[in-house]
Design a protein around this ligand. Structure first.
Ligand SMILES: Nc1ncnc2c1ncn2[C@@H]1O[C@H](COP(=O)(O)OP(=O)(O)OP(=O)(O)O)[C@@H](O)[C@H]1O
Ligand SMILES: [Mg+2]
Length: 346
């Protein structure tokens, strides 16, 4: 499908994707990439300029959000402030005409599912941010939605609560089996909870695959740089061409514009598992924190970060280090991956 808000500029360009029933998919990407627009097309709040949307084998393109039976949760909780938790959860059930007794029973079940069953009589203003989001999720689930859509539901929470709540959303999704689409610009969040991640940038799907595949087999430089912490080392391929000659086929090397090296793909020769080549450089900085360490290396005046140098002594200055095959990629001038990763992945 395609979407333009003003009839001139295409915001989403020929998006074509399938979300498997019962799975959790994250829409991930930088601000302005089209995540919310895509979610609003699924919900029925927006209509595509061209193309169709199917729920199962039913074409819902012309149906509104109510007819599609979507459940939605937004960044700001949007609970009714004057209603109790129980009444908030019951609200969609009341609209659906359920009896008072049935509503109360269902609301209590949902409150137990999201762990707010001891807060039923409180007003939203008396709850923490995380508790409010739990209530918002329970309310969205009350109408037994065909799909649950969440737009950055955790971005108003502090770092610790975000981590707790993302696990909770995953648990609730697994327990209910409801098909869920979750929007976030936080790659760590997406990597932890998703069955599949759709990376959106500039109105295009950059890649749509499992978290493992996104990390190990990025299809392009954008995905390689967006996924992973510490971020992938990217350097001009020409800087490595001497060391890669004979290791990478000459025709690939001649097209390569950028090399991407995961921080764990740089290691000491004695620690290497599947070495591609050995480089010579300098240690600029070495930091050890707990069991983890980071080394800043200088190779031909390029700075490279490694997390796999183990314990370096502080007087180490010059050294040989290995470039591992896994976690090393070459990209052409368009950013397309032309070397490294698994070409046969999904
Ligand atoms: N109502 C609108 N009218 C016109 N243009 C819009 C409208 N809403 C969004 N856009 C444009 O569409 C593009 C995608 O916006 P969208 O809100 O989908 O991005 P997003 O990925 O959700 O970003 P964020 O992470 O900031 O929420 C942006 O260029 C934005 O300016
Ligand atoms: Mg958005």
């Amino acid at each position: 499908m395609t979407l333009s808000y003003d009839g001139k500029r295409e915001i989403l360009k020929h998006l074509n994707f399938v979300i498997q029933e019962g799975t959790l998919v994250c829409l991930l990407g930088p601000s302005g990439g089209g995540k919310s627009t895509t979610l609003n097309l699924i919900s029925g709040l927006l209509a595509p300029t061209a193309g169709h949307i199917f729920f199962g084998d039913k074409d819902v393109t012309k149906e509104d959000a109510l007819a599609r039976k979507v459940g939605m949760v937004f960044q700001n909780y949007a609970l009714y402030p004057h209603l109790s938790v129980q009444k908030n959860i019951e609200f969609p059930l009341k609209m659906a005409g359920l009896s008072r007794g049935d509503r109360a029973k269902k609301a209590k079940e949902l409150a137990a599912l999201v762990h707010v069953d001891d807060q039923l009589d409180k007003k939203p203003g008396e709850l923490s941010g995380g508790q409010q989001q739990r209530v918002a999720i329970a309310r969205a689930l009350a109408k037994e939605p065909s799909i649950l859509l969440l737009d950055e539901p955790l971005s108003n929470l502090d770092a610790r609560l975000r981590i707790e709540m993302r696990e909770e959303i995953r648990r609730i999704q697994r327990e209910t089996g409801v098909t869920t689409v979750f929007v976030t610009h936080d790659q760590d969040e997406a990597m932890h909870i998703s069955d599949k991640i759709m990376v959106l940038h500039d109105g295009h799907i950059q890649q749509y695959s499992t978290p493992t595949t996104l990390y190990a087999d990025p299809e392009n430089l954008f995905v390689a740089q967006f996924i992973g912490e510490p971020v992938i080392n990217s350097v001009p391929a020409s800087a490595l061409s001497h060391d890669l000659a004979g290791v990478v086929p000459a025709d690939i090397l001649s097209q390569a514009q950028t090399a991407g090296i995961r921080p764990e793909a740089l290691t000491l020769p004695q620690r290497a598992l599947n070495p591609l080549t050995t480089l010579h450089g300098k240690v600029v900085e070495f930091d050890q924190f707990g069991r983890e360490s980071t080394a800043k290396l200088d190779y031909n005046n390029l700075q490279l970060i490694s997390t796999e140098m183990g314990q370096l002594s502080h007087d180490t200055k010059e050294l040989d280090f290995t470039l591992e095959k896994k976690g090393f990629f070459l990209f052409d001038a368009n950013g397309k991956r032309i070397f490294g990763g698994d070409d046969h992945a999904e």
